[in-house]
Design a protein around this ligand. Structure first.
Ligand SMILES: Cc1ncc(COP(=O)(O)O)c(C=O)c1O
Length: 379
């Protein structure tokens, strides 16, 4: 290998050419180059045959067996149009201690986010949100002519509620809060959150995106569905079957709001639930064992990555979700590219955090492989 360091090999073509050693690596980008890299890694855990997805905050175990059974038992109904969501709505309402007229379904919570984006688009004005945060609603509203006012998260990476308060203008028609947030998996302390939501909801819609609710194990957190059940009429909460239920491909999500607002949002929907999605979610929401299992394994995986961060002195946001956000100090594009070469798909760029990476949890074994690769590449 001469003077070629392992780091140069792992940093790929650029570093190698920079070192004047390009001829050592075959010109093809195919398996021989990858084999050379794998050999250089001296990997204990071998490179997997298939890409490991750590990019979209999916459940690596799902769907649950009961959901799969429901899909299999109803597959012959796919010649029929959309499902009647009544049973599913009743079930999800009961789980959340709210009456069914406060609940709607969507094709993923994305549809609830888009419908809310459309509502605010009809009113124009502005939306205030934390930065960074999840983009779907904001993108939809911006495309409809709404101005998005982004308030950078505070020093500790939590939402800057005071800054968001100050950013509100006379034309602000919606406050959008993702709790726990994404890509930063932190939660807002419950009493501060409640006070903020109630105060903001006096003058505008407040949308609380709780996509990761089921993963949270933090006494500081509380869902805002209780405020809706208590009669507040300017609050929308969204939830999803895509995360802990492992049904991302089935497109099932939920909106919670005052019945008048639910009616208004239902009128704006563009999607329809599929029968398989409805049946799979109906089964999955009753399967507590699978949710407990997913939560337990997720914690195990998080501990592996957070342990690596502690070892290497990497800053990270303590996670309340199925992903973590770590300050690698390396441009995310480089992390993505090098990880991909080793069979791992990691999260996209979240500006302005260009040297941070969002890593979705896969199985503990996959996370050990991630740590092995990360240490060999970047430590
Ligand atoms: C915060 C947040 N909200 C909503 C969604 C959309 O989820 P879905 O449309 O699958 O319900 C995601 C997906 O990653 C998310 O992270």
């Amino acid at each position: 290998m001469g003077n070629l360091t392992r780091r140069q090999i792992l940093l790929g073509g650029g570093a190698i050419v920079g070192a004047g050693l390009a001829p050592i690596i075959p010109a093809t980008t195919g398996s021989s180059a990858l084999k050379l890299i794998s050999a250089a890694l001296g990997a204990d855990i071998p490179k997997p045959d298939q890409l490991i997805r750590m990019s979209a905050n999916e459940n690596p175990y799902g769907p649950s067996r009961v959901a799969l059974k429901a899909i299999a038992e109803n597959i012959h109904l796919t010649n029929r149009y959309a499902a009647d969501p009544t049973n599913l709505i009743n079930l999800v309402a009961k789980i959340n201690n709210i009456s069914p007229d406060h609940v709607m379904t969507g094709t993923g919570s994305s549809e609830i986010l888009n419908v809310a984006g459309m509502l605010v688009g009809l009113r124009q004005g502005s939306v205030v949100c934390a930065d960074p945060t999840y983009q779907a609603l904001l993108r939809y509203a911006a495309n409809a002519g709404v101005e998005i006012i982004r308030v950078r998260v505070a020093e500790g990476l939590n939402a800057d509620l005071e800054g968001m308060r100050k950013a509100v203008r006379n034309d602000t028609n919606m406050m959008y809060i993702v709790n726990p947030n994404n890509p930063i998996p932190s939660v807002i302390e419950k009493s501060a959150m409640k006070e903020f939501v109630l105060e903001q909801a006096q003058d505008r819609l407040v949308f609380v995106d709780e996509a990761y609710h089921e993963y949270v194990d933090n006494p500081d957190y509380e869902s805002m569905i209780g405020l809706i059940a208590a009669g507040h009429n300017n609050i929308i909460v969204s939830r999803t079957a895509s995360k802990i239920h492992g049904l991302a491909g089935m497109r099932v999500g939920f909106g919670f709001a005052h019945p008048d607002l639910i009616n208004e949002m239902n009128m704006r929907k563009t999607g329809q639930q599929t029968i398989l999605g409805e049946r799979a979610a109906y089964a999955s929401y009753q399967d507590m064992e699978f949710q407990d299992f997913s939560r337990r394994k997720n914690k195990e995986s998080l501990a592996i990555v957070e342990g690596m961060c502690e070892d290497l002195g990497i800053r990270y946001a303590k996670s309340n979700t199925n992903f973590t956000f770590i300050e690698t100090g390396i441009e995310n594009a480089v992390v993505q590219e090098r990880m991909l070469e080793q069979g791992i798909l990691t999260g996209r760029l979240f500006p302005p955090f260009t040297t941070w990476s969002r890593i979705s949890m896969s199985t503990p074994q996959h996370m050990r492989y991630f740590v092995q690769v990360y240490k060999q590449l970047f430590a």
